[in-house]
Design a protein around this ligand. Structure first.
Ligand code: HPA
Length: 272
């Protein structure tokens, strides 16, 4: 069965749960799952029940597709995502994003936990992603292109929509939440970066580095969706301390910053 047919089967299975006709999709990153409490949930579908969906394994990811609303705005949220480092192919990472498109999602709000490499970045900062560097990860569009999913050559001049960035900045200002802006550098993981790698990533023009998001954004851009994305800075890559970086501290830092992140995402959804 080809990708298009798999996507049709998965979206056919899910179609009935989207009777509210959500146009907004949300992807919740590591440690940011508490955002689910903001959602008036109508249906929760564990990934393993959805035809052709990969199944998430990492701690801190719940692995379900949530249909519901926030402030009366219908949304579909991914609680738990698929990472290349877990052994999924880039196409598998992209699969749920494409399913969202098949279900009628036009705008995607993506979140992640990321390491900070920008000057002056601190643990707990929020960073609106203005652009990304994806060449260190495998592109999900490699291989034969199915024109029904999107064009062979996808424009990436504005993967993160300026209009959505402006909206988020307005909301943050109104809520009195400080937000940074910057470039996200995609890596495969699962190792955190060496000190030299963090430095290289800064020199290459990025402000944050993480193991998710870019393949999803490429698939979303390919399918013609509008994307907004925000990182929670959970650790600092460029540093004098002799500390290590652990998954536990990443999850803890994300959890602590989650209320600020949730407030902005909630207002963005309500403003739609
Ligand atoms: N590097 C890569 N991915 C990450 C990091 C990091 O420092 N922190 C959270 N995700």
């Amino acid at each position: 069965m080809n990708e298009f047919e798999k996507l049709k089967e998965a979206s056919h299975f899910l179609h009935a749960f989207n009777s509210a006709g959500a146009k907004l999709g949300v992807v919740l990153g590591s440690g940011l799952g508490n955002f689910v409490q903001e959602i008036e949930v109508s249906h929760e579908i564990p990934y393993e029940q959805i035809p052709h969906f990969p199944v998430s394994t990492v701690e801190g990811h719940h692995g379900k597709l949530i249909f519901g609303s926030i402030g009366g705005k219908p949304i579909i949220a991914m609680a738990g995502r698929f990472h290349f480092y877990e052994g999924y192919s880039p196409q598998e990472v992209a699969f749920p994003i494409r399913v969202m498109k098949f279900l009628g999602i036009e705008t995607l709000l993506i979140s992640n936990a990321a390491g900070g490499v920008g000057e002056g970045f601190k643990v707990g900062d929020l960073m609106i992603i203005t652009d990304h560097i994806s060449f260190a990860v495998k592109n999900p569009l490699l291989g034969a292109n199915d024109d029904r999913l999107g064009p062979r050559f996808t424009d990436m001049s504005e993967p993160y929509k300026k209009e959505l960035i402006a909206k988020a900045k307005d909301i943050a200002l109104r809520l009195g939440i400080e937000v940074k802006e910057g470039v996200y550098f995609g890596v495969t993981g699962p190792t955190f970066e060496t000190r030299a790698e963090y430095m290289l990533i800064r020199i290459l023009g990025a402000h944050a580095v993480g193991m998710s998001t870019v393949q999803e954004v490429i698939a979303a851009s390919h399918s013609g969706m509008n994307v907004f994305a925000m990182s929670v800075i959970t650790d600092i890559g460029i540093r004098d301390e002799e500390n290590t970086i652990t998954h536990e501290e990443v999850l803890q830092a994300a959890k602590e910053a989650e209320p600020k992140f949730s407030a902005i995402f909630r207002e963005m959804i309500i403003a739609f």
